[in-house]
Design a protein around this ligand. Sequence first.
Ligand SMILES: NC(=O)c1ccc[n+]([C@@H]2O[C@H](COP(=O)([O-])OP(=O)(O)OC[C@H]3O[C@@H](n4cnc5c(N)ncnc54)[C@H](OP(=O)(O)O)[C@@H]3O)[C@@H](O)[C@H]2O)c1
Length: 345
Amino acid sequence: MAAPMNRQIVLAARPQGEPKETDFQFVEARMPEAVPAKMLLRTLYLSLDPYMRGRMSAGPSYAAPVEIDAVMGGGTVCRVEASQINEFAVGDIVEAYTGWQEFALSDGRSVRKLDPTIAPITTALGVLGMPGMTAWTGLMNIGQPKAGETLVVAAASGAVGSVVGQLAKLKGCRAVGIAGGERKCRYVVDELGFDACIDHRRGDFPDALKAACPKGIDINFENVGGPVFDAVLPLLNTFARVPLCGLIAHYNATELPAGIDRAPLLMRQMLTKRLTMRGFIVFDFASQQPDFLAEVGPLVRDGRIKYREDIVDGLENAPRALIGLLRGENFGKVIVRVSPEDQPG
Ligand SMILES: NC(=O)c1ccc[n+]([C@@H]2O[C@H](COP(=O)([O-])OP(=O)(O)OC[C@H]3O[C@@H](n4cnc5c(N)ncnc54)[C@H](OP(=O)(O)O)[C@@H]3O)[C@@H](O)[C@H]2O)c1
C-alpha cells in the first residue's frame, strides 16, 4: 500500500496584478513524522483572507512574504492526530496557523484549544477569530463609537465588516454598510440589521451614500480604499475617526493609484476636520483577545451578532477561492473544508 502523503499548496510564482491559478501548485509531500515535543495536526478548515495576496508579493510589508515553493500560510482549525505535548491530546480541536496543507507538525506555540460545545469550530476562523477580533479591536480602540454617531463600513457583508456594523449598532450608532451588489446589501440590512447599505457599483454611489448619511460620518472603518474612500472622505465630520484596516481595492494593483498627488488634499481634510486616521494590524491588540472573546462570544451565542460563512470544499479549490475573494465573489467569511470534521483518524 502506498504511504499516505501530505497534500499541500505551494506558491509557484509571484503574481503580477490579479493572482492566477498557475501562481499556485498542488503538491504531495511526505507525511511529517511525529517527533518529541511536537504534535501532528490534521487540517479540518483553512481560512482564506485578503492579506494572503500581500504575502504572495516580495515587496516590504508588516510580515515576510511566502517564499517560492513554500506552503502558503494561513489560519486553520485542526484536529490533533498524535501528540507528544502534555497540554494537547489526540482528538483535541485547535486553532493554529499551519497553512494550506492537510497535515503539519506543531510545537503547540500560538495554538489555541477550542471547545466545540461553545460554538461551531469554524467560527474560530471568522466571527470569533482573527476577522472578528479585527473588527472589535479596530472599532473599540480607534473608532470609539458613541450612541447617535454614524458609522460607515465597506465590505459590509464580509468577515470583518459584518461584525463592525453589528457592534456599532449595539453601541447605539447608525450603521451604514457598503457592499457589492443588491443581494449583499439586502442581507446587510435585513439580516444583520444595518440601517442602510449602498451598492458601490451603482453609478450614483457617492450621492446615495450621502443620502444615507444625513448627519455626515463620524467613523469610517476603512476596509477598501479606492473610489469607495473617495466618496466617504467629503462626508467625514469634524473629529471623525478612521480605523484604517484594509485597502482591498488596491491589493492587486501593479502601480500606485492615479492621483497620488492628492495626498496634500487628504492632509488638508485631516487638518481642518481634525480627523484621526490610524492604521492597525489586529496583532497590535493581541493582548485584548480575552476581552474580545468575553464580549463578542456571548453576543454570537445569543444571536445578537450574526455571521455568514462561505464554505468551499477541498484544498485543491483554495486558489480559485482566494482569487474570487479578491474580486468580491465571496459572500461571507471564506473557509476551505480540507478534511471532514466527523471522521477521526
Ligand atoms: N488590519 C488587519 O489586521 C486586518 C485583519 C483582517 C482583515 N483586514 C482587512 O479587512 C478587509 C476585509 O477583510 P475580510 O476578511 O472581512 O474580507 P471579506 O469582506 O470577507 O471579503 C473581501 C470583500 O472585499 C470587497 N472588495 C473586494 N474588492 C473590492 C473593491 N475593489 N472595492 C470595494 N470592495 C471590494 C468585496 O466585497 P463587496 O462585494 O461587498 O465589495 C469582497 O467580498 C480587507 O481589506 C482586509 O485586508 C485587515
